[in-house]
Ligand binder design. Structure first.
Ligand SMILES: Nc1ncnc2c1ncn2[C@@H]1O[C@H](COP(=O)(O)OP(=O)(O)O)[C@@H](O)[C@H]1O
Ligand SMILES: [Mg+2]
Length: 378
């Protein structure tokens, strides 16, 4: 326990955020509420976080000159997405405090390292196999069966680089389409539901989870998060234990999301981990005592963690692509909490914002009734 790290980065300091997306934007807003400043490092002035920050550096992630300039402007560095080049993360951590540590970033950047790390620590995942020059589809299929999910080892998000395959011909095609780059195949899981747990871990090793939530995906992209998940107490407790084990095994200082599958009968498999705020935690902005972004800032800056208690039940729906064109109807419903990310161009599949609906803890609620109609989305 390093209590000397407590209050190391006090309010008034500047947090450097690698990445300029909506997560960076919401981290910067939370930081400002605690009296911190934020500087963004990203590749385009059009990115959402740039609009809300003290300053920004628009440059290639590996440009050492700009990385130096960034270091001179900030007191601690964090990241809002995993795909920061390893070289940049290593360079930064040789010069300044980086939280979470680059080693955690590297594990989460590559599905092979990620699953090896989880399995090594006794955390169950879907059965998986590597596809590589040594291990061809025919070998993988021998181990896992004819049907499964193909995933590129790196740079996958929102279902990108992912294909459900039915037979070897499909799998050959999927691997060919990415030029036989390193990939994995996983058994196709027939889950009862998908859940996630967000856990923060402070510099003193204190951990604190948010309530377990249920996530519903459309085309492999998160559509709806419901808080809390409709699972029994025992399953929820096991999910929280798994998330804490992940955070402790990584010696994390920061926040991590652990995505899981719940099978019939209650068995839990971890799907993936993301060492940063997560889309399935956006509901915490409106429904919790401390939200995921503030909690991350607290952990990264060495402040004690805040209480994560849920004061309302919540349903969060993503506004993807054209959905955002319904913003007038959404905001005209006074109970809807609308969050827009300031992205200029609407593109299919692009996360443009989200909307959260709160439900008092005491009211009887029918989860299914909070549907497309409430959010004016088809
Ligand atoms: N092995 C699997 N079996 C069934 N569904 C899966 C499997 N892997 C992924 N999925 C579905 O695809 C979604 C996205 O996959 P994930 O591995 O989380 O990648 P991403 O990095 O794109 O979020 C999951 O949340 C789940 O709905
Ligand atoms: Mg995922």
């Amino acid at each position: 326990m390093k209590t000397s790290d407590l209050y190391k980065i006090p309010p008034g300091s500047t947090i450097g955020i690698m990445g300029g997306g909506q997560l960076g934007r919401m981290i910067a807003v939370a930081a400002s509420q605690l009296g911190y400043k934020a500087v963004i490092y990203c590749e385009s002035r059009e990115e959402p976080a740039v609009q809300v920050c003290l300053d920004s550096i628009i440059a290639d992630y590996e440009d050492q000159g700009y990385l130096e300039k960034f270091i001179s402007m900030v007191d601690v560095v964090t990241f809002e997405f995993e795909n920061i080049p390893a070289k940049a993360a290593e360079y930064l951590s040789s010069r300044i405090l980086v939280r979470p540590s680059p080693e955690i970033l590297f594990i989460s950047q590559n599905r092979i390292y990620e699953k090896e790390f989880l399995n090594k620590n006794g955390i169950e995942t879907a059965a998986w196999a590597e596809l590589s020059k040594r291990n061809h589809p025919s070998e993988a299929i021998k181990k896992l069966g004819q049907n499964g999910v193909f995933k590129t080892a790196r740079f996958g998000y929102d279902g990108k680089g992912q294909i459900t395959f039915y037979g070897k011909a499909d799998l050959d095609k999927a691997w060919g389409a990415v030029d036989h780059k390193l990939a994995i195949v996983e058994e196709l899981i027939d889950f009862k539901c998908e859940i996630s747990v967000l856990v923060a871990r402070s510099c003193t090793g204190q951990t604190c989870c948010f309530d377990v939530v249920e996530n519903q995906h459309k085309n492999h992209v998160l559509d709806i998060t419901i808080a809390p998940a409709a699972i029994d107490k025992g399953t929820a407790e096991r999910a929280v234990k798994i998330a804490e084990k992940v955070a402790n095994s990584l010696s994390l200082v920061g926040l991590i999301a652990v995505e899981m599958f719940v099978l019939q009968g209650g068995r839990i498999l971890v799907n993936e981990i993301a060492p940063r705020p997560h889309n399935s935690g956006h509901w915490t902005i409106d429904a919790c005592h401390t939200n995921q972004f503030e909690q991350m800032v607290r952990a990264v800056c060495g402040l004690p963690l805040g209480k994560t208690q849920r004061h309302s039940n919540a349903v969060m729906r993503n506004l993807i692509g054209d959905d955002v064109e319904n913003w007038k109807q959404i905001i005209s419903e006074p109970e809807n909490k609308l969050h827009l990310y300031g992205k200029k161009d609407i593109r299919s599949g692009r996360k443009m914002g989200h909307v959260t609906r709160l439900v008092p803890l005491t009211s009887q609620w029918n989860r299914k009734s909070i549907s497309a109609a409430t959010f004016f989305i088809g």
